[in-house]
Design a protein around this ligand. Sequence first.
Ligand SMILES: NC(=O)C1=CN([C@@H]2O[C@H](COP(=O)(O)OP(=O)(O)OC[C@H]3O[C@@H](n4cnc5c(N)ncnc54)[C@H](OP(=O)(O)O)[C@@H]3O)[C@@H](O)[C@H]2O)C=CC1
Ligand SMILES: O=C(CO)COP(=O)(O)O
Length: 337
Amino acid sequence: MVESQQTMGEKIAVVGGGSWATALIKILTENQVKVKWWMRDAEAVAHIRKYRHNPHYLSSVELHPSKVKPYLQLREALKGVDWVILAVPSAFIEDALKDADPSWFEGKKVISGVKGIISSTSQLVTDWFAEKFAVDPQHLGAIAGPCHAEEIALEKYSYITIASASEDTAKEFAKLLTCRFVKTSYLTDLHGVEYAAVMKNIVAMSCGIVHGVGAGDNFQAVMVSNAIIEIQRFLDTVVPLERKVNVSAYLGDLLVTSYSQFSRNRTFGNMIGRGYSVQAAKVELKMIAEGYYATNCIQRINEQYKVDLPIVKFAYDVLYNKEKPLKAFEELKGKFV
Ligand SMILES: NC(=O)C1=CN([C@@H]2O[C@H](COP(=O)(O)OP(=O)(O)OC[C@H]3O[C@@H](n4cnc5c(N)ncnc54)[C@H](OP(=O)(O)O)[C@@H]3O)[C@@H](O)[C@H]2O)C=CC1
Ligand SMILES: O=C(CO)COP(=O)(O)O
């Protein structure tokens, strides 16, 4: 576990204006870090300046102007900071950073809060970022673990894991996120943790789908037990490494996303299971379920590796092959132990 430190003077830019960005800013400002916050929504920027709250996401969180400054110009937000946190859903990150130049990130450490994959290239976010913005891989990391933004807003005690190929980068950043209601630890399995987060969203969405067609807690427990084996099988093939997947960065995140009332992925899946179209479920949810995009990417990546992934196939059949959820559920039932 990483101890908190007096972090006076650290400057961080947060990229993205949604729930996770707001929750991370709440944690960071507990630690007296100065945050420059970029978002695309001019009205939200004006609202935050005037009323000290994000109008659309986690609006109970107070944003003190001496600690948090919202920006509409990304370049301005990135000036003079030591760290950059990416917190835009994977489906929009390319658009969000389309005008950015590699020089804007020079000398900075960049941490992905994104639990998704770049759809156009099927790359992990840190790989895509390193390639596009020429950032040293030792200066990249990701935020992992079971942590819903809504519970951070409520100051519910939570655990976060920071992963980076560089132990120093992981440790340094973990300190910045350690506060009275967040405990942190670190790992060096950056790619394993990123893939695990992508996979758990597909599983959680699938839990929602089967619940929507009438499966109960008994079935879901079997599904989640099988899911961690499926995730391990995938990781062992794609990122071979000695790792324990029964720790919170992998299993914990799978459990919280599969069971929590706050999970977007589970809620989205549940609507699909109850007969909503993908479009209708997206509109109703109002937020982003990464699992929808992840399903297509993991299915494509796995064309090369051919790992047995029954839950990914189930989600793919329902979402992309338009198979009826009930029929796909009947097929899935036979695949678990
Ligand atoms: N919410 C959570 O509990 C957690 C989320 N995460 C991850 O964090 C990431 C962000 O998710 P989250 O904050 O929940 O998502 P939300 O749905 O809450 O917010 C999405 C944000 O992205 C912005 N956005 C959408 N399109 C663009 C674009 N083209 N350019 C710039 N900004 C854009 C939206 O702006 P606008 O409001 O203007 O539409 C909004 O501010 C995801 O990968 C998610 O998996 C990780 C851990 C926990
Ligand atoms: O990753 C998360 C919690 O750890 C958030 O999951 P959802 O996007 O499904 O809400």
